[in-house]
Design a protein around this ligand. Structure first.
Ligand code: ADP
Length: 856
């Protein structure tokens, strides 16, 4: 520093003074209005061209305010007269500078500027350091009175006060800046939390479109209500929408803006928050506002958050009906307020308070958001569970690549896959779909957004290495995202493979049956069990000589039956309807077209519907006229031959008896033995021929039943006498019998008993026992013949009494017979209105029974 004054200008407290100057942070700062105004005032008061507020630094002097010195901002300390002025406590005055010895070499005085007058009042800090001056300068010498000094000193004091105030304000700014930084950091934290919550939401939304819709629609609204009178200080669009108001509501009290709240508890709730200072939380708060009718019935989670001033008194209430995006806006507004804080110290505190409140509200809203996210996760899990547990096959395919997002166990079973296919594109997971229509159909659903339904669709799927055809009822339902575009497909499938296969089998069986009946020239018919309506097939129609496939009343069908068979047919049908057993009957009818008699065989059975309604009798009808004619011819022939054989056989028997008499006389034992055997054979033959004769009589209706009242017990006793004489190969055991009167033809009944005994002997081993019994029942008498023979198989039992029926097996092959004996027995018993039946176990003997009505 070049000191031009030749006197000491560095004060003894220089170091402290420099520190003090630094403290005020004013050195080298831009000009400020307050200081400029004081400098201008000084220039005007003292009518001087130059007025400066100088701050004296270590090397230089800085002009904080400069009137009349152009753009000059600094000058050297060794040149500036202010350097002298700060050394004096009083005002330093040079009334005529050129005369001052210390200023002789000063360039301001000696140079072109031509300074003549200088007066400088020191600026003294509260702790006594002179940090600069307020000075006035003139280019002409002047007189400076003691009053002038007082005024200059006063102005210097104003400058110093301003500097002190400025410093206090700066410190406050720094403090606020610090708080602001903290708030920013808090905001950042909250933003980060919100971002991660939003990420969570987005992820959930991606997996479940509908849930995202719920989330997007979640409404949150904010308002700040000032004072107990609840002036709407601010309100976001959401809350205005809820209230059904517009922005003109701001500045009005709640009572004015929403008169309908009068009398509702909500106003009292606000007042309570004011009084207690305790926030009020409520979930599912119902809005009863007359505003937007869409929102009128909604529920909100609300918070009434008290806002306090510095003194801790509640001055406002923040009403939050949580909505995230609106809160972000509120926070942004708060940030803008922060920026304003830099310039507006007075408003800073209040705004910070609001920011803290906003943050609190934000935290509340975020915890609610977290709850929302949690409940969304729960309902997402529920939805997934629903799919997994669903009783039908369900899955979701995502995007055009048809990524398998979800597939329940049932769907995987249909596909023949495990859950390893999840997250795979469908075409990769099920390569066998290539060449089948499904991938194209699914693509169409994605591109058109239209659902696809189809029934019993065959699909070829690879089930553990085997290409298997399955039949499915299919639904492809497009799922739309928030913007209405189809982004995935819900697949619902029902496996009908078993049903379809069963139906196909039934169709095949029906076809086979149709072919069979057609080739056998069988007609079919059915009859409604309630209406008696009778429907025939084409062939049945032909047999009956009726128009085919026409509905005929049952009575008309009966009318066609020959009169002596009508009762028989009617009874067969009604019995079958009652007991549900099949009937198989033969009877003659008149062909309506040709007027001729035809024999038919009709087989039928009652088919019951589950409800009992709609049961029907159905069966087949065959034309057996030709067969009957053949039988007739055969019967006639057998009858004729038997008749012809009977006469020679009678003579043969007579001759044999004569010969036996001769042999007895001559004691020719060989001839006797041979004749005995011959007469046995002849009697066997006679029995056989009689059988055939009986049969042919039976068939031609010539058999005569001569009924009379007699004791069946004595008949059995007669039989006992005859048979024990004739049969020596078996043990015949006749149980004791009681008197039992019947009305019957005794010859025919003894023919039946004999026949049953001779069968028992024929079909059981020699030496075995045959038991004959006759037991009385309440109103009937039952005769039984029981043997220990070969027995009869179950399947043969039902046809045992049919004509010409013989059981065909190894044992019976060697036993002579024509299968007419049991037939004749059954015919005889039937003509007595009796009953004949058999009980037998194959290999374990048989028991034949017949019963007759007992006379009292
Ligand atoms: P057949 O002249 O053949 O004996 P039937 O009409 O008397 O004719 O009997 C019919 C068939 O019933 C026989 O062929 C036989 O197979 C069977 N049958 C009859 N009685 C008996 C019996 N007691 N034990 C086992 N099978 C019998």
């Amino acid at each position: 520093m070049n000191n031009t004054f030749g006197i000491e200008i560095i004060p003894p407290n220089e170091a402290g003074r420099i520190d003090a100057l630094r403290r005020y942070k004013i050195y080298n700062t831009p000009s400020e209005g307050a200081f400029d105004r004081v400098a201008k005032l000084a220039a005007r008061i003292f009518k001087v061209p130059v007025s400066l507020i100088s701050l004296v630094g270590a090397e230089e002097v800085f002009f904080k305010a400069n009137v009349g010195m152009g753009t000059t901002r600094t000058t050297s300390r060794g040149v500036s007269l202010c350097s002298i002025a700060i050394v004096n406590e009083e005002v330093t005055v040079f009334e005529n500078a050129p005369e001052e010895p210390c200023l002789l070499t000063n360039p301001n005085v000696a140079g072109s500027f031509g300074l003549k007058f200088y007066a400088g009042a020191p600026l003294i800090s509260h702790d006594g350091f002179a940090i600069g001056t307020l000075c006035i300068i003139d280019k002409a010498p002047r007189i400076f009175s003691p009053e002038d000094r007082v005024i200059l000193q006063g102005l210097a004091q104003i400058v110093m006060d301003e500097i002190e105030l400025r410093r206090a304000a700066l410190e406050e700014t720094e403090k606020l800046q610090h708080i602001n930084d903290q708030l920013k950091a808090k905001n950042k934290e909250l933003e980060d939390t919100q971002v991660s919550l939003n990420t969570g939401l987005v992820r959930l939304s991606a997996s479940e479109e509908r849930l995202r819709d719920i989330f997007q629609d979640a409404p949150v609204a904010i308002s700040i209500l000032k004072g107990r009178e609840l002036v709407i200080e601010s309100a976001n669009t959401w809350i205005l929408a809820i209230w059904g108001l517009d922005e003109s509501a701001i500045g009005r009290t709640m009572r004015e803006a929403l008169p309908e709240l009068e009398g509702q508890p909500v106003l009292q709730l606000f007042d309570n928050v004011f009084t207690s200072g305790v926030p009020y939380y409520s979930s599912e708060f119902k809005s009863s506002l007359k505003g937007n009718h869409l929102l009128q019935e909604q529920f909100y989670n609300v918070v009434f958050q008290p806002i306090r001033n510095e003194a801790g008194e509640v001055h406002s209430i923040m009403l939050v009906a949580a909505e995230v995006s609106e809160l972000v806006n509120t926070r942004r507004e708060a940030q803008e307020l922060n920026e304003e804080l830099y310039a507006m110290n007075e408003e800073m505190t209040a705004t910070n308070e609001e920011l803290s409140s906003a943050n609190e509200a934000l935290a509340v809203a975020q915890s609610q958001l977290q709850e929302l996210v949690d409940s969304l996760s729960v309902s997402d899990a529920k939805f997934r569970n629903m799919i997994t547990e669903a009783p039908v096959a369900i899955g979701v395919l995502k995007g055009r690549e048809l990524i398998i997002e979800t597939a329940n166990a049932k769907l995987l079973t249909i596909w023949g896959r495990t859950d390893a296919v999840l997250e795979m594109p469908l075409s990769k997971a099920l390569p066998e779909l290539k060449g089948q229509p499904f991938l194209q159909i699914l693509d169409n659903v994605i591109t058109t957004g239209e659902a696809y339904y189809n029934y019993e669709v065959p699909a070829i799927l690879n089930h553990h290495g085997v290409l298997t055809t399955v039949y499915l009822d299919l639904l492809y339902q497009p799922l739309k995202n928030g913007s209405g575009l189809t982004d995935s497909i819900l697949v619902v499938a029902t496996d009908l493979t078993e049903q379809v296969k069963a139906r196909k089998k039934a169709e095949q069986a029906e076809e086979t049956l149709r072919i069979a009946t057609e080739s056998a020239e069988l007609g079919t018919w059915s009859m409604d069990s309630i209406t008696g309506e009778f429907t025939t097939s084409l062939r049945s129609g032909q047999i009956l000589g009726r128009d085919p496939e026409m509905e005929i009343p049952f009575e008309a069908v009966i009318d066609q039956v020959r009169s002596d068979f009508q009762t028989f047919v009617r009874e067969a049908v009604s019995t079958s309807m009652e007991n549900g057993e099949a009937f198989n009957i033969e009877y003659p009818i008149t062909d309506l077209r040709e007027g001729k008699e035809r024999w038919v065989r009709s087989v039928g059975k009652l088919i019951k519907s589950e409800t009992g309604h709609g049961s029907y009798l159905t069966g087949v009808l065959a034309d057996i006229t030709e067969q009957k004619k053949d039988e007739q011819r055969k019967n006639d022939f057998i009858g004729m031959v038997s008749h012809e054989l009977k006469t020679p056989l009678t003579s043969l028997n007579a001759y044999l008896q004569i010969l036996q008499g001769v042999a007895q006389k001559s004691q020719d034992s060989f001839s006797l033995h041979a004749l005995e055997r011959a007469s046995k054979q002849v009697s066997k033959m006679t029995v056989m021929i009689n059988g055939f004769l009986n049969l042919s009589r039976l068939e031609s209706g010539k058999i005569q039943i001569d009924k009379q009242r007699f004791d069946l017990a004595s008949l059995i006793r007669d039989v006992e006498k005859e048979t024990t004489e004739q049969i020596s190969t078996h043990q015949l055991v006749f149980e004791p019998v009681e008197t039992a009167f019947v009305v019957a033809d005794p010859d025919k009944i003894s023919q039946v008993v004999n026949n049953l005994i001779s069968n028992a002997v024929k079909y059981s081993a020699p030496g075995s026992t045959v038991q004959i019994a006759c037991l009385k029942d309440q109103d009937k008498v039952i005769v039984s013949v029981r043997d220990q023979g070969m027995g009869i198989r179950k399947e043969d039992l039902s046809s045992l009494f049919d004509r010409y029926h013989r059981v065909n097996n190894q044992q019976t092959q060697t036993i002579a017979g024509f299968g007419v004996g049991l037939y004749i027995c059954s015919e005889i018993i039937q003509r007595h209105d009796g009953k004949i039946w058999v009980e037998s176990e194959f290999g374990n003997g048989s028991a034949f029974y017949f019963s007759l009505a007992r006379e009292a």
